[in-house]
Structure formats: C-alpha cells, structure tokens
Design a protein around this ligand. Structure first.
Ligand code: UD1
Length: 382
C-alpha cells in the first residue's frame, strides 16, 4: 500500500493574485520544473489584479506560464474580494486534489486560498513568511499573521522572521530560511532590463539622465486626502532639484484625480506614467539616484541593486533592508522627506550590503526543501 501511494506525484497548486506575487512565483515555478525529480505544479490566478498594466505585461516579462486556472475575481472591498476568491477557489481545489497549496506574500488572495486549503485538510506552504510591520491597520499585516498561523511549511526571507513566528507560537520545525525569491527574479532579469533611457524616452522628448523613481499605493498614503495632498506637494518640491518618474498604480491615479491638486498638476519635474512592466521598472530602478516608495518589494529590490531607497511609511515589515540594505524609513513628514533626498544627493546615500541568502538561489532551495517535506509527509500518511 505504502509504495503505491508514494509513487503517485500529485501537483502543488501555486496561487498568484496581484502584481507583487508574479515576480515571486516566476522563479519558484522555474525551479520546480528544473528540479530533479521535477516538482509538478499547476498555476492558479485569482484575478485580483486584471488590468493589462498590472497583470499580463508582467506575465510576459517574467516568463510566467499562462495560468492553468483563472478565477477572475476582480476588485471589491476586502471582505468581498477575499470571500469571492474563497468561493471560487474551493471547487478548484477539490477537483485538483493537490499535494499542497503554495501561496506567496501577503495579498488578499494569499490568505483567501490558504484558508480554503487548510479547511479542506490540504497542507499550506507560505513563501515570504514571518515578516511583520507590527501595524495591524495594514491589510497586508493581517494577511501575513493569519496565513502564517495556518501554514504547514513556512519559507522565510530574512533571519529575523523566525523570532516573529516563534513569538506567535509557530514551531521552528515548520520554518525554513531559504532567502528571497524576489531577488531571484532580479538576478534572472537584470541583463534583460529595459535601459532607463529607452523607458524615459517613450514618456518624454527630453529624458533626464539623473532622476528619482516614485511609487505610492498603500491605502494609508493614498486614501487619506490630506496625506496624499501633502505627499504630492512634497514630491513637487523634490522635483525642483531632482526630476522624478512616477508610474502610477490605478488606486493612486483614482485618488489623485479626485484631489485635483494644482501644485501637483503644475510640477514640471514630475513625469507621470502608467504602471510599468517588470523589465522597464527594473531598468528604471537600477539607474535611479534614489527610489521613494511605499512598496515592500521595491525596498528589497533597491537593496539588491545597491540603490538608495527612502520608504514613505512609518514602519517596514522588512527590517533587514534598513539594517543591512540601502533602505531608510522616512515616513510622510515633508521636511524629513526633503532632508533625506538632499542627503542622498549630497552623499550618494546609504551603501548597504546584500543580506544573507539574497543570492538568486532561493527558489531552488524552496524546490529542494519542499520535495523533501512532501516525501516525508507521504511516508507519514502511508
Ligand atoms: C494589492 C495588495 C497590496 C499590494 C498591491 C500591489 C491586498 C490587501 N493588497 O493592493 O499588498 O502591494 O496589490 O499592487 O491584497 N485596480 C485596477 N486594476 C487592477 C487592480 C486594481 O484598476 O488590475 C484598482 C481597483 O480600483 C481596485 C484598486 O485598484 O479597487 C485596489 O486594488 P486591490 O487589489 O484591492 O488592492 P491594491 O491596492 O492593488
């Protein structure tokens, strides 16, 4: 009996939903297919992000295979979106009968699919576990804490994550420190990155050679009109000394349009673009003097690229980027942001070093650990 069961290799159901999931999943699927023996996988896309700029163009740039299953949930309140993913994922899970469900990051789709899987007794694998901002007003923090609680195998990107997990009662035996798959994507794609001059040249006839990159999309920054207005005015001020390129997330674009802020409209030094594909964004970050962002992934990518990053938030769930990398938390106070940019322009910014296991080999480690874990689990079940 035992032999028959262990010879059947069931697939791992891998879930993506939103833009920051794609650059994490691409190297994982690559490592699964080149592992010996191969780790069979099927890709589910929940459809949390659906615009071409937020979705298809990343699949193409990253070489992600087309999803085997698309749930097409679209936007909604957190409750509606999470519930809709759960409702549509459950029959898929039942039909697929996978060995495990693998989720990445901290978006609503991550928690929704993890919850469905655990309730049906299917093991949950969480990649990028144990990160904590300790700010429960962030929707992602709630997703992180809850997903980790119901995960059977947790892959971490930085050593400090283990202490966070242990504090929440998760035993070390479930945790594997493998490094950062986001950085695998940087390594895989840096040679193919679109030169910044080309990207900027498409947006303006006189592309700046020295520039900063801005992204903003956190609800705490863009949903409060007073904070958003203040940030836009500050960026307009910064752009007098340093031209800024700002690929605008759809959520942010809607909020900016509602504000109709004159100082922003008239800021000649700010180049606003649609969201960029991964290879264009990578090229733009690599050549930037500084990146100003509230994105989690970009705090990590700038550390990997050695580019100074100013995080426009009051905390980070990725402290290693501050302790070892090029990241500085500056919050949203205008004077502090202006000072920090002036400092970068004067000194070149924080040098930083590459954190342990951010070496472009995290995904093969995951493939190896997961294969061993599934084998051991099969033996236990048999
Ligand atoms: C989500 C993630 C966030 C991640 C971000 C990256 C959660 C809780 N948040 O935030 O962690 O950093 O993705 O982008 O999961 N919209 C479009 N087109 C799209 C997708 C969204 O127009 O393809 C608009 C819709 O108006 C939508 C809004 O953007 O209501 C917000 O989208 P949503 O997926 O709810 O959250 P994000 O802000 O993108």
């Amino acid at each position: 009996m035992a032999t028959m069961q262990s010879n059947v290799i069931r697939a791992v159901l891998c879930v993506v939903g939103a833009r920051p999931n794609f650059m994490k999943m691409a190297p994982i699927l690559g490592a699964f297919s080149s592992a010996v023996p191969r780790v069979p996988a099927r890709l589910v896309h929940t459809g949390q992000h659906y615009d071409i700029a937020m979705n298809e163009q990343h699949f193409d740039a990253l070489g992600l295979p087309r999803p085997d299953i698309s749930l097409e949930v679209g936007s909604g309140s957190h409750a509606v979106q999470t519930a809709e993913v759960m409702r549509r994922f459950e029959p898929v899970l039942e039909e697929a009968d996978p060995a495990a469900v693998l989720v990445v990051g901290d978006v609503n789709s991550t928690l929704a699919c993890a919850l469905v899987a655990t309730k049906r007794g299917v093991p949950v694998i969480h990649v990028e576990a144990g990160l904590r901002s300790f700010d429960r007003s962030m929707p992602e923090e709630v997703n992180r804490v809850l997903t980790d609680q119901i995960s059977d195998l947790l892959f971490t990107t930085e050593e400090g994550a283990l202490a966070n997990l242990e504090r929440e009662g998760i035993p070390e035996s479930r945790v594997r420190f493998v490094g950062n798959v986001m950085i695998d994507s940087v390594h895989r794609n840096l040679d193919r990155a679109v030169p910044s001059g080309e990207t900027l040249g498409r947006a303006t006839p006189a592309p700046p050679a020295h520039y900063g990159v801005v992204t903003l999309h956190r609800p705490s920054n863009v949903d409060d009109p007073a904070i958003l207005r203040s940030l836009l005015r500050t960026l307009a001020d910064v752009s007098r000394d340093l031209p800024l390129v700002f690929p605008v997330h759809p959520r942010t674009r809607a909020r900016i349009d509602e504000l109709d802020e004159a100082a922003w409209r008239d800021a000649a030094g700010v180049l606003v673009t649609e969201p960029l594909d991964y290879l264009s964004m990578l090229g733009l970050m690599r050549d930037a003097a500084v990146v100003l962002t509230d994105s989690g992934g970009m705090q990590e990518e700038t550390t990997a690229l050695g580019v100074p990053c100013l995080t426009l938030r009051h905390n980070t769930e990725r402290p290693i980027t501050v302790e070892q990398g090029t990241n500085t938390i500056v919050g949203t106070d205008p004077a502090r942001i202006l000072d920090a940019v002036a400092d970068v322009l004067r000194t070149g910014g924080k040098a930083g070093r590459i954190p342990p296991k951010w070496d472009g080999r995290a995904a093969p480690r995951i493939a190896e650990e997961l294969a061993a874990w599934l084998k051991a689990r099969d033996r236990e079940v048999a």
